[in-house]
Design a protein around this ligand. Structure first.
Ligand SMILES: [Zn+2]
Length: 328
């Protein structure tokens, strides 16, 4: 009897357990269905926002406008066809909701940098190539995280004067990026002269990282839209307002890169001071008018650079949605 009771109680327990398993299963299924529905719903909403913005702003994707200065590029909007990557964003989406902003912190890749003798062009060349290799690895990894394609820029580390599709060099701009040739131009002795013979390597590393940031803007689709919008402005002051956002974003991204390699480079607190002093030196002067201001105030130039350095995340470099006084 006891045994019988025991048996029947076991059978009852098994039935109960099965019933409860079925209930758990039903509950889990219901939860999964709900989750799936939610995911689809949010995905649809995002997709609608994205494509709506893009079609509104890119009525004729083939028309990239005349090449004014550094950018407009045949084929810059080239769309990736590879699996596992998404299309390069276009329109305002590229500026304010670029997938790069969601890609997280830069991976701190090892970047041991050779000693720099800034007055020796060979040393400068080796130094710049080392930094450029690190920049390519860092941004390639970051673009992969964002699901975007990245192609390295060409490096033109020149000693003899020459001509780029954007402008001849040497140029008053010193180092520059030309989107039409997807190339970075730096003169091995010219750059040292322009920086009054500075010897600290971080200055040249940050200059290169800044030009790379313009390439990153190009590869992630935002440079093209920025240039289009800038061309539409009829007032110099309004064009400059666009330019400052682009330049301050480049400062921030350069800071992010340098912050990410500070351990292996290595960079000290003293180097950070040098970096921020340099950001102040390349900023607009307080007395300059809105018609002259293209790089941002001293405070803004320093703070965007420092923010990048501290967070090492392209997501903190979205200058396009910053308030006017953060980008003045
Ligand atoms: Zn720049």
């Amino acid at each position: 009897m006891h045994a019988g009771f025991g048996e029947s109680s076991r059978a009852e327990a098994v039935r109960r357990a099965r019933r409860s398993d079925r209930r758990v299963f039903a509950l889990v299924t219901a939860l999964l269905v709900a989750l799936l529905a939610l995911t689809l719903l949010s995905w649809t909403t995002v997709a609608e926002e994205g494509s709506g913005g893009a079609s509104q702003e890119m009525e004729d994707p083939a028309d990239v406008g005349p090449p004014a200065d550094e950018t407009n590029v045949p084929g810059s909007g080239a769309v990736s066809e590879r699996l596992g990557t998404q299309d390069t964003p276009t329109g305002r989406t590229a500026l304010v909701a670029n997938p790069l902003y969601e890609s997280g912190r830069l991976s701190p890749l090892p970047c041991p940098v050779p000693e720099l003798e800034s007055q020796d062009p060979e040393s400068m060349e080796e130094f710049l190539h080392t930094i450029a290799d690190c920049l390519d690895q860092t941004w390639e990894a970051q673009f992969a995280k964002a699901g975007l394609e990245y192609e390295a820029p060409e490096r033109v580390f020149w000693e003899e004067p020459g001509v780029s599709p954007c402008r001849p060099y040497p140029s008053p701009a010193g180092a520059f990026y030309c989107r039409a040739s997807e190339s970075i131009y730096i003169g091995l002795t010219d750059v040292v002269e322009k920086w009054n013979g500075a010897s600290q390597s971080v200055i040249y590393a940050s200059l290169l990282a800044h030009e790379y940031a313009h390439h990153v803007q190009g590869e992630s689709g935002l440079l093209e839209y920025y240039h289009e919008q800038r061309q539409l402005e009829t007032e110099e002051a309004d064009r400059n307002s666009w330019t400052r956002r682009s330049e301050l974003q480049a400062n921030c991204m350069a800071g992010a890169f340098l912050g990410s390699v500070r351990v292996s480079y290595p960079l000290t607190d003293g180097d950070l001071d040098t970096l921020l002093t340099d950001a102040a030196a390349t900023a607009d002067r307080p007395e300059e008018t809105a018609e002259e201001r293209t790089h941002g105030s001293i405070d803004n130039s320093v703070s965007w650079t420092e923010q990048g350095w501290e967070e090492q995340d392209p997501g903190v470099c979205n200058t396009w949605e910053a308030s006017e006084d953060e980008v003045y």
